[in-house]
Design a protein around this ligand. Structure first.
Ligand SMILES: Cc1cc2nc3c(=O)[nH]c(=O)nc-3n(C[C@H](O)[C@H](O)[C@H](O)COP(=O)(O)OP(=O)(O)OC[C@H]3O[C@@H](n4cnc5c(N)ncnc54)[C@H](O)[C@@H]3O)c2cc1C
Ligand code: FES
Length: 280
């Protein structure tokens, strides 16, 4: 196989260079990369990449930036939790990684057009949802209400705080935020993310689509409450993260009752997975 052909194999990472790095919290940083071959990832909101730290290992990360026409740069935001993520956090601007993808399913932007979107972001779930959210903000006239719920364990773990404050200041975006455990300085809502749902005014359930990403424990409760509010199951989209190795539907690491989270997901319409026992 020629090197050129190898570059197009889904198994071969494309080199990319770190162009920007920004601390978001004690454990989470944002990393912006540019592919060395100058080709855009051409991703859709909700998709992920497999990122190789050379000599260390490979791991999946959601693409947090929206699709861009003008630039090949893309962003991920990563919690420093183990071997690969630790090596990534030590990377300096100018150093290289390998990137495969984009992989997986995505939020169907066309379906959301003209409708109201209820974003439900638990913890790191804001990272993938940010891609869809910023896409909608760039094409603001094509979407209805944008309602953003953000839930975090405690104020110290909040991420993208400046951007969320900017969103909250806009008249065309509704932002509701909560923490499970407050500190002395926290003036906002306290409680799990479902405590925010009754605060939303005049929701039109049939016209509302839900985009939800967060810890698995959150899904069951949020979905039940959304349905009680009258939002049809078919309007609810969730992203399910499972441990992944190949990202290509070959190794079986990410199986959920026979469904591969890496190629059939990570983004699912709730009606596609509601009968899978291990899904939510
Ligand atoms: C589709 C998808 C998208 C993802 N997007 C993001 C993202 O945008 N940002 C981000 O920070 N992470 C994301 N993750 C999780 C990320 O892939 C893991 O944190 C990463 O693989 C850990 O690799 P590591 O080598 O640093 O940790 P390891 O050394 O492999 O593990 C260290 C410890 O962390 C635990 N661990 C590993 N993976 C996870 C996990 N997924 N959840 C909880 N504990 C885990 C291990 O069991 C172990 O105890 C995503 C995962 C998937 C499947
Ligand atoms: S990660 Fe290998 S099948 Fe999904």
């Amino acid at each position: 196989m020629s090197p050129r052909q190898a570059n197009f194999s889904p198994y071969v990472p494309r080199p990319a260079t770190l162009v920007r790095k920004e601390r978001l919290s004690d454990m989470v940083s944002l990393f912006a990369f540019e592919p060395d071959d100058g080709r855009s990832l051409a991703h859709k909101p909700g998709q992920f990449i497999m990122l190789s730290m050379y000599g260390v290992g490979e791991a999946p990360f959601s693409i947090s930036s929206p699709p861009r026409r003008q630039s090949v740069e893309f962003e991920i935001a990563v919690r420093n939790i183990g071997t690969v993520t630790n090596a990534l956090h030590e990377l300096e601007v100018g150093q290289k990684v390998g990137v495969r993808g984009p992989h997986g399913t995505f939020f169907p932007v066309q379906v959301f057009m003209g409708k109201d979107t209820l974003f439900v972001a638990g913890g790191l779930g804001y990272i993938p949802l940010r891609s869809l959210l910023h896409y909608q903000l760039r094409h603001r006239d094509e979407f209805g209400r944008i309602i953003v719920l953000v839930g975090t364990r405690n104020p110290q773990e909040r991420i993208f705080t400046d951007q969320i404050a900017e969103l909250a200041a806009r008249s065309d975006v509704e932002v509701y935020e909560t923490v499970d455990v407050p500190d002395a300085g926290w003036k906002g809502n306290v409680g799990v993310i479902t405590t925010l749902l009754p605060q939303i005014r005049s929701l039109q359930p049939d016209n509302t689509y839900v985009a939800m990403v967060g810890p698995p424990v959150m899904y069951k409760f949020v979905i039940a409450d959304c349905q009680k509010m009258g939002i049809p199951a078919g309007n609810i989209y969730v992203s399910l993260e499972r441990k992944m190795k190949c990202g290509l539907g070959k190794c079986g690491h990410c199986q959920i009752n026979g469904v591969s989270a890496c190629i059939d997901g990570p983004v699912f319409k709730y009606t596609e997975i509601q009968t899978l026992k291990e899904a939510v």
